[in-house]
Ligand binder design. Structure first.
Ligand SMILES: [Zn+2]
Length: 140
């Protein structure tokens, strides 16, 4: 995977989903979640309907950019276009949101409960062979 700091241009990142993450021109990465205006419940990805109170009044909010690795798995088999092996895991953010994400940590260094921080990494290639990126978590 690739560090974002050398490539802050959003277009060049070829992000898999631009609705989940945003990268400012200064390289600052924002994980985009949802907050219910009725009950303050948070979601990621941003929910269309609040799972707590069923309100549809959900605003987009920046989620914390650091958390704790809850669990992970190393993936060795993947569809065409994904770089293998890769690590998928759940990251618990300090506001109770649990995020499913690529984890860009050397396998020997992976531990449950390790501190991780948000990043952007190349995880594969698109059908034309261009690198594809998405939000990832790296060791904090
Ligand atoms: Zn709600």
């Amino acid at each position: 995977m690739t560090d974002i700091s050398s490539r802050p241009d959003l277009e060049s990142l070829n992000l898999i989903s631009t609705s989940l993450v945003d990268v400012a021109t200064d390289g600052h990465i924002r994980l985009l979640g949802g907050r219910c205006r009725a009950c303050e419940d948070l979601s990621f990805p941003r929910a269309a309907v609040c799972t707590n109170c069923l309100s549809e009044d959900i605003e987009t909010v920046d989620l914390p950019d650091q958390g704790t690795l809850y669990s992970y798995s190393i993936v060795h088999q993947a569809p065409k276009g994904w770089n293998v092996p890769y690590v998928l895991g759940y990251v618990d953010l300090p506001n109770t949101v649990r995020v499913f994400a690529h984890i860009d940590v050397p396998h020997a260094e992976l531990t449950v409960d390790m501190r991780v921080k948000l990043s952007i990494g190349v995880v594969g290639t698109d059908p034309a062979g261009a690198p594809r990126s998405t939000y990832t978590f790296v060791a904090a």
